[in-house]
Design a protein around this ligand. Structure first.
Ligand code: SAM
Length: 261
């Protein structure tokens, strides 16, 4: 299908429909949501990756990727391309009426973490840790333009790059673009999908760049990283969800930005 970047996201990406379909338990996709939560926990839990600042690239209206990270970073900066997504996130941050109910996902994370804290405390901690919600375009050489931030200790990006990039060349450049926001020696965490050509949010179909594991690894290494870990999680429900998306697997990658002396 034709590439649906920029304006299609701005006008037709419905945050509530996205959250209901892709970020809710009980929709038939619990396995992949659990995979993402577990990997984030292992990556960011004590002794793992931490520091002062984490920037989430293409946060969208979603926060599942940040529940464990808020334990190991002093501040998180959320970003997204569309105003509606940023508004949806602000609604949750400000506890406004109609904000998405993350309680089931937060409870799942707290259980994975051994119930050290109550879900309500975890949500509050994440609210306190997200200090800014900024506009972002991964296709720009400074994705946060006109904002210039001190380099971060860690970047995370979940299911954003393959939706924002029309081909592999743009994907490779987008990784280089976001890398300018990261300190040498800092970490990049990518959550993505493999083989996906489209996904459906409400009535709107969005294009997706079908990736394979080796292309992702090559793009990350070419951007100046060493790969610390990549895990591929096959999707078992492909047929039943074929009307919503056509990926065959999720992946979770952790890489370290090389320090050039
Ligand atoms: C599939 S959603 C993923 C949202 C969230 N990170 C998650 O894991 O559920 C893709 C996100 O990428 C954002 N996006 C699309 N084009 C972008 C661009 N050029 N730069 C940054 N973000 C973009 C969209 O606005 C949307 O929020």
């Amino acid at each position: 299908m034709e590439f649906t970047g920029g304006e299609t996201y701005q006008s037709n990406f419905d945050p509530k429909a996205y959250l209901a379909t892709f970020c809710s338990f009980g929709t038939g996709r619990d396995g992949t949501l659990n995979f993402r939560l577990q990997k984030c926990l292992k990556t960011f839990s004590s002794g793992g990756i931490g520091g002062h600042t984490l920037i989430d690239i293409g946060t969208g209206p979603s926060i599942y990727q940040l529940f464990s990270a808020c334990e190991s970073f002093k501040q998180i900066i959320a970003t997204d391309f569309t105003e509606r997504n940023r508004q949806e996130l602000e609604r949750w941050l400000k506890k406004e009426p109609g904000a998405f109910d993350w309680s089931v996902a937060v409870k799942a994370v707290c259980e994975l973490e051994g119930n050290r804290e109550k879900p309500i405390e975890k949500e509050e901690k994440l609210r306190r840790t997200i200090k800014q919600v900024l506009r972002c375009d991964v296709t720009k050489s400074n994705p946060l333009d006109p904002v210039v931030l001190p380099a971060a200790d860690c970047l995370i990006t979940a299911l954003c790059l393959e939706t924002a990039c029309r081909d592999l060349g743009v994907y490779q450049r987008a990784i280089k673009n976001i890398t300018t926001l990261l300190k040498p020696g800092g970490h990049l965490v990518i959550i993505g999908v493999l083989g996906n050509t489209f996904y459906k949010v409400g009535q709107q179909t969005f294009s997706c760049l079908p990736l394979d594991e080796q292309s992702v690894i090559n793009a990350v290494v070419d951007a100046g990283y060493s790969i610390k870990e990549i895990e591929v999680f096959p999707i078992t429900y492909i047929a039943s969800q074929a009307h919503i998306a056509d990926s065959y697997a999720y992946f979770f990658l952790v890489a370290k930005k090389e320090v050039h002396t």
